[in-house]
Design a protein around this ligand. Structure first.
Ligand SMILES: [Zn+2]
Ligand SMILES: [Zn+2]
Ligand SMILES: [Zn+2]
Ligand SMILES: [Zn+2]
Length: 334
């Protein structure tokens, strides 16, 4: 069982206010007052955004919500399986103050926001169109460093090595940024990539199992001699999805070959070797898709962390370089 967050009161199964008989919800056990609430996919109770400390503007970004008790395994699917569910979020539109989810295959909620984002990028790049030589001249004339930093110039020229030996190597802030980026590149990212591969391998196994269990029956109906076009026609008429087992396994473990599994399969059992065998399983509906989305989302988050770290490194390098120039201009004036 997991640990409840500090702000969350212990679980209480009460559904009605003993005094008024009114239906009560949430961790606060209060009636519906019209405040924004979200339904839990694990226990079917409703929860106030404010009680959960979730900003209301995230409303449209909830993909699949689990309350603190379900995430802890006190209620919901985790209580019996021990596999604790987590709330999943949709990807937010890239425009900073927009909290709408991304449209399909897009990083933006809408065409309008895609355009406005691009425009702001172009503006930023054009705003940086300073000539490095010019910047250096300005800087040496103008010893007001803060003013200079505000220009936000790109590419402060690196001072010659004789003037500042080991300028970057000696800086602990830069080393720290570097090791953060290294950790992501050598540990965190490979770990998630590994998990994605594991999921893919496991899903391929489930697919083969389902093929062994159910595909042979429908192929027999088609008959081996039927031509491609007639088969296509038949498929169109028969638009029902082929039967398949859910295949959910909490640790994605492949315990045996698909053939072995298929031979042990028993229609009357809902589980075999911890693999969920329900044919239409509402509990795990699209579980692999959700896990994949979540892993890919994590990978993307890491990519933007790397971008951010690279930018911070560059800013720090510029700062260090400018310190050198500042000293230089001082000694010139003296
Ligand atoms: Zn509440
Ligand atoms: Zn719940
Ligand atoms: Zn948007
Ligand atoms: Zn299932």
């Amino acid at each position: 069982m997991g640990v409840l967050p500090e702000w969350c009161p212990p679980y209480n199964s009460r559904k009605k206010d003993p005094a008024t008989g009114e239906e009560v919800f949430c961790i606060c056990k209060k009636p519906d007052s019209g405040e924004l609430m979200v339904g839990c996919d694990g226990c079917d109770d409703w929860f106030h955004f404010s009680c959960l400390k979730v900003p209301q503007k995230f409303n449209e970004l909830v993909f699949s919500f689990f309350c603190p008790y379900c995430q802890c395994g006190i209620t919901g699917p985790g209580a019996s399986s021990g596999n604790l569910p987590k709330t999943l979020w949709r990807r937010k539109c890239r425009v900073p103050d927009c909290y709408k989810p991304c449209a399909e295959n897009s990083k933006y909620c809408s065409e309008t926001h895609a355009l406005s984002y691009m425009r702001s990028l172009v503006d930023r790049v054009e705003g940086r169109g300073y000539d490095a030589q010019d910047v250096l001249r300005q800087m040496l004339q103008n010893s007001d460093l803060t003013k200079f930093q505000q220009i936000g110039c790109e590419g402060v020229p690196t001072p010659p090595d004789e003037l500042a030996p080991g300028l970057f190597e000696g800086d602990s802030r830069l080393r720290d940024l570097g090791s953060q980026a290294d950790k992501i590149r050598t540990e965190t990212r490979p770990e998630i990539e590994q998990q994605l591969k594991k999921l893919e391998r496991y899903m391929a196994w489930v697919k083969t199992v389902n093929h062994l269990l159910f595909a042979s029956a429908s192929e027999d109906q088609d008959g081996p001699s039927s031509s491609k076009s007639s088969r296509a026609l038949k498929r169109k008429k028969k638009s029902t999805k082929p039967k398949s087992v859910c295949g959910y396994h909490p640790r994605l473990e492949i315990a045996c070959s698909p053939e072995e599994f298929a031979s042990q399969y028993d229609e009357t059992e809902t589980e075999l070797n911890s693999v969920c065998c329900k044919l239409r399983c509402p509990r795990h509906s699209d579980w692999s898709g959700i896990q994949e989305t979540s892993l890919r989302f994590q990978l993307e988050t890491l990519e933007s962390s790397l971008e951010r770290l690279a930018l911070l490194q560059k800013i720090r390098q510029d700062q260090l370089k400018m310190q050198v120039y500042k000293e230089l201009s001082k000694s010139k004036q003296a």
